[in-house]
Design a protein around this ligand. Sequence first.
Ligand code: ADQ
Length: 522
Amino acid sequence: MTPPKPIKENPALSPREPPRTWNALSVSERFRSLYGSRKLLVATHREPVIVQPSTKGASPEGDSPKLRYPAGGVSQSLHRLLLQTGGDWVSLQSSPGPSSLDISIPGNPASYTLFRLSVENPYREEEYQRFSNDLLWPLFHEEPGRVGSRPGDFLGYEAVNRLFADHIARITHRHEIGVLWIHDYQLTLVAKELRALASGPLPPIAFFWHIPWPRQEFLAHIPERRTLLEGLLDYDFLGFQTALYRERFLESVAREFSGSSRINVSPRLVVKDGRRIHVGDYPIGVDPGRFETLSLDPKGQAEARAFLREHGIGPKERLLISVDRMDYTKGFLKRLQILDSFFRSFPEWIGKLRLLQIAPLTRSDHPTYQGYQRKVRDAVRTTNDRWKADDWFPVVSVERTVDHRILAPLYRMASGALVTSTNDGMNLVAKEYLAAQKDEGGILFLSRFTGAAQGLREAVLIDPYDPQTAAAIIHRALAEPLSIRTGRNKILREQISRNNIFQWMGSILTGVHATEQEKQEE
Ligand code: ADQ
């Protein structure tokens, strides 16, 4: 095995870099100062817009077709970044309309082009979806019982990754790209395919892994794990949500390639065929200022009150809130068990505290999800039947997306947020909830099994597998004096303000540049 060169600490890559509060402007300025007029290219599986069937009248963007932007999430933050820096975005097309769109929004300094890919062969697309969502998603969330892919699905996965690479290669011929930034488990092989296509040097290729990296036992269920790992090592820069996931990834590499003369693992670095791949933890955040402002906006607050009225909730009722796609990793059934224990152990809360569960359906054309969603609805019904009192019942379930203008004031009105994921890369809802708590004592009840819990140590942590203890923790915390709750929130809010979404982007873009500089200096 060739020993790697000694590793010197690069200050730009160090998590100990001086604290600085990043914002949208400082990220775009940093990008310009590092990359000049070169562009940022982003690739994600899902597209950041929804094209609506054309209606009469001009769209807010001033051109047709009419676009809608999904509520929240990372794609909206990257969308806002590209409106600052300019660039290109490549993703699979999921709504009607042309194969490329120029996205600009008045008041933003730049615009970007969205390239919308279509997979011509429907079998390959099905295989790709199955490999991604019925093999990688459950196994990376340590749920082997949910695996539903078929042998051979990997062919479709490879084909779609190749489609992305082909398209990105064409863009890199036309435009000068500063960084290629590829996202998540659906696109692990893009760098490998790009390197196979390239005749000259490529811009640095960064990759961010949004979901957990599991314990080794779960990875062992994936026959193609070696190819996936090799694919990841074809990137120049790999980001994970937490140090734990980063370490597990390095352990996977070390195990799979032990004895290989081509791959060497050192702290925060893998050396493969003489190439150095930076591996770091970059916990993703939210835009706290935006959530705080939205939560305090009188118009949004009025709409939130109207929302509560519409769902039969009185303005003064005490609420716990949960907001997540109805995916099994979010622990819906565990949450209802916690509620059940709560009312059983502390019946004084019957009639006095409700759960508002905002849960848009996800992948509901899929049998696994259909089954899970049916179970959740049954459990909601059972819980409501068991604990109802006169007109009152404990769970209000709303199965749709709610605009952040309404969601942020709802966060603020709720006495607590209940995050019960059984495994979650980070969990942005936890951070959004805190951002909406300016001078308020809302309590974040945060599952230990989220990436967020690895950073937000002051949060009230719960174990969704232990409903009785979780119920007791909730009961105790709700009785705490306001000063304790606001004091805790002050610390947590400082953390999410410092480690915000712009800090995430800024440190990754800076880190990629520093890695490239190091390579050139070697
Ligand atoms: P997700 O699994 O989608 O993301 P999460 O981090 O909670 O989970 O982000 C969900 C986003 O969607 C939030 O911005 C939330 O406000 C929004 N959202 C959810 N339900 C909504 C609703 N009903 N109405 C409006 N908005 C809603 C994946 C990983 C996570 C990781 C993120 C980011 O699974 O672990 O935190 O990527 O890296």
